[in-house]
Structure formats: structure tokens, C-alpha cells
Design a protein around this ligand. Structure first.
Ligand code: UT7
Length: 321
């Protein structure tokens, strides 16, 4: 059977690391509050020369090298972001140009923190229909550009970064590698709980992120537990068979609560929120790359990806790597 197989990964972070103590000099907060409520200790913030596309390009180059794939072989680029370099063209086309892979398909996906899951699910479908043989799936963000740096309830939570994977259509055995099942959801009912208060067609300004964190938290735990159950059912796999969960990194307490609901050992959950904070669409591929490169995630492992974000949007995907 034809499956989309992850054959490489890469990631990129801005050079500037900002600690909680540094933020406490700008807004009324403390390292103690941030660590206790979120698990975040530091985040990386892009400087003027670092943009969503420069981070995406660096992560993509590393992923291509890791997969041993030449840029010219890539027929599909899907880039998930809520912070594109420009309103248009799609940032994916800038990545395509920089990598030197012309002529294929390149587009952005806007599903905020679930963006990587949406991009992965879309790429999986397109590869299995034969539209392309090899794809780059990227999550890249510069959320620091849309933060209200006076609002302590949001500015301490986010960071910048990018992660990418190479996906290849391969003819594999039933128990072979590849994406086994994906479920994506959206519910526009709760827009006011997490949104940006601007845009090209409304204010004409980029706008700033606004969030009612406590309510988002509540929805996240319920929605994630539900979608994880759906994906396990679709794949016909029990929760105990999962080797690693690579979740969206919003809050250590959400990671713990979701693992508990699944009855999963917290040791199986990849955590980078302490180092990267919430990098929106970049957080899942960033965390995946960290755990793959440090040797935790090994060939043959069953890996569950999951995320929930603005929209609301949420989703999960199970892959044998
Ligand atoms: O990635 C997309 C999805 N996003 C998420 O999943 C985020 C989900 N939400 C969360 O992670 C948490 O709700 C937060 C980390 C955002 C907030 O944690 P919380 O435990 O829900 O705190 P809270 O919003 O209920 O606020 C508790 C108190 C408030 O003070 P009062 O009203 O109790 O006096 C806040 O004003 O903490 C205060 N507070 C802060 N204090 C110090 C809020 N932000 C800060 C801060 N420093 N940075």
C-alpha cells in the first residue's frame, strides 16, 4: 500500500533567547508564576533579519539533508503559519524559491497552532493520490510580531521557531512505516477566545493576539482527548502501543492532563515547552526534530502528533516512523 513516510526532519530557532526573568523587567510577571502555570522557562525571539521564511528555509534545508533528498525532488511544499512574511505571496513559495525547487505545488495553511497537523494531513492525502512523490511539510512562526508586549497574560507564553519534515510516498507493507490515520476538526463558534484583532480585510493592520487562556485551556483538554481517541480507533491501535506523543507545546499542564486522560505515562510525552514556549504551528515539528535527533524517537516507533489552536482548530495524526 502507498503511505506517506516521514524520512527526515529539521528545525530552526532564532539566535536570541529570552528568559522569564528578562520578561519580568518589561511586564508585571515573575519566573515563578510563568513556570508554575505553564512550565515555560525561556523562549526564542526573532530579530529584524529573522522572519518566518528564513526560519522555515533553515529548518527545511536541515530536513532535506537528514532525508538525503535533493530540493529538486520536492514536488509539494505546505507551510503552516499564522505569521506569514507577507499577506501574499504565500511564504511557502518563498521557501520554494530559496531552496531551488521550482514548478511543484507550494501553499500556506492557516490553522494557527494546529497548522502543522492540517499541513501533514493535507500532504498525506496529496501524496497518496499521486499528486507528488516527495513533500516538505513545515510549521514556521514569528508570533513575537503579533504579541501585545504590554499584555502579561499573553506575551510570556509564545516564542518563534520553525520545524519541517520530508514526507515521501512509499509502497510499504501493512506493518511498515508511514502515516496511519489523521483526524482534523474545526469549530468557528469560539473565535473570541483566541484571535488576532486585525487583518487586511478588516482593520488593514496586522493586529495583536488576544486570548482568554483559561477557557482555551478547558476546550483544549476535552478536544484533544476526543480526537486522540478517534485516531486510535481509526488506526485500530490501543493507547498503550504508542511509543511517543509529540503534542503542541502550549502548557505543561495541558500536556499532563491529556496524557492522564489517555492513560499514558508522561515519560512518553515529548516536552519542549520549557525551552521553546508556544511556537504555534512550529511547536510539533520542532519537538519531533528534537526527540528524533537526541535519539529518543527511533525508526519503527509509533508516534502520535496532536495540536489544538485558534479557530478553534484541532487534530491528531498517528505515524510509524
Ligand atoms: O496554543 C493555542 C492554545 N493555547 C493554549 O492552549 C493556552 C491555554 N491556556 C493556558 O495555558 C493558561 O490558561 C494560561 C497559562 C494562559 C493562564 O493560566 P491560568 O492558570 O489559566 O491563569 P488565569 O488566566 O486564570 O490567571 C490567574 C491569575 C490572574 O489573576 P487574578 O485574576 O487571579 O488576580 C491573572 O491576572 O494570574 C494572573 N496572571 C499573571 N500573573 C503573573 C495572568 N498572567 C500573568 C503573568 N504573570 N504573566
Amino acid at each position: 500500500m502507498i503511505r506517506a513516510v516521514i524520512t527526515g526532519s529539521g528545525s530552526a530557532l532564532p539566535s536570541n533567547c529570552v528568559t522569564n526573568a528578562e520578561l519580568a523587567k518589561r511586564v508585571d510577571t515573575s519566573d515563578e508564576w510563568i513556570v508554575e502555570r505553564t512550565g515555560i522557562r525561556q523562549r526564542y525571539i526573532a530579530n529584524e533579519s529573522e522572519t518566518t521564511s528564513t526560519l522555515a528555509i533553515e529548518a527545511s534545508r536541515k530536513a532535506l539533508e537528514d532525508a538525503g533528498v535533493d530540493a529538486s525532488e520536492i514536488g509539494l511544499i505546505i507551510l503552516a503559519t499564522a505569521t506569514p512574511d507577507h499577506t501574499f505571496p504565500a511564504t511557502a513559495t518563498q521557501v520554494q524559491q530559496a531552496l531551488g525547487c521550482r514548478g511543484g505545488v507550494a501553499f500556506d495553511v492557516a490553522a494557527v497552532c494546529s497548522g502543522f497537523l492540517y499541513a501533514l494531513g493535507t500532504a498525506d492525502s496529496l501524496l497518496r493520490t499521486g499528486m507528488a512523490k516527495k513533500a516538505l511539510v513545515i510549521g514556521a512562526e514569528t508570533f513575537s510580531r503579533i504579541l501585545d508586549w504590554e499584555d502579561r497574560t499573553t506575551c510570556v507564553l509564545f516564542g518563534d521557531g520553525a520545524g519541517a519534515v520530508v514526507l515521501e510516498a512509499q509502497d510499504v507493507a501493512e506493518d511498515g512505516p508511514g502515516i496511519l490515520a489523521t483526524r482534523l476538526h474545526a469549530d468557528g463558534e469560539h473565535k473570541e477566545l483566541l484571535y488576532v484583532d486585525g487583518g487586511p480585510s478588516t482593520t488593514g493592520e496586522v493586529g495583536k493576539l488576544r486570548m482568554k487562556g483559561r477557557e482555551v485551556f478547558r476546550h483544549a483538554v476535552v478536544n484533544l482527548a476526543e480526537v486522540l481517541g478517534e485516531v486510535l480507533d481509526d488506526a485500530g491501535v490501543p493507547a498503550e502501543a504508542i511509543d511517543w506523543v509529540v503534542p503542541h507545546q502550549a502548557n505543561q499542564r495541558i500536556l499532563d492532563a491529556t496524557a492522564r486522560k489517555l492513560g499514558l505515562d508522561s515519560e512518553k510525552v515529548v516536552v519542549t515547552v520549557d525551552r521553546h514556549a508556544n511556537t504555534s504551528a512550529a511547536s510539533v515539528p520542532l519537538a519531533f526534530d528534537v526527540a528524533r535527533k537526541d535519539g529518543r524517537i527511533k525508526s519503527g516507533d509509533l508516534v502520535m502528533f496532536e495540536a489544538m489552536g485558534g479557530g478553534f482548530t484541532w487534530g491528531a495524526s498517528l505515524a510509524r516512523v
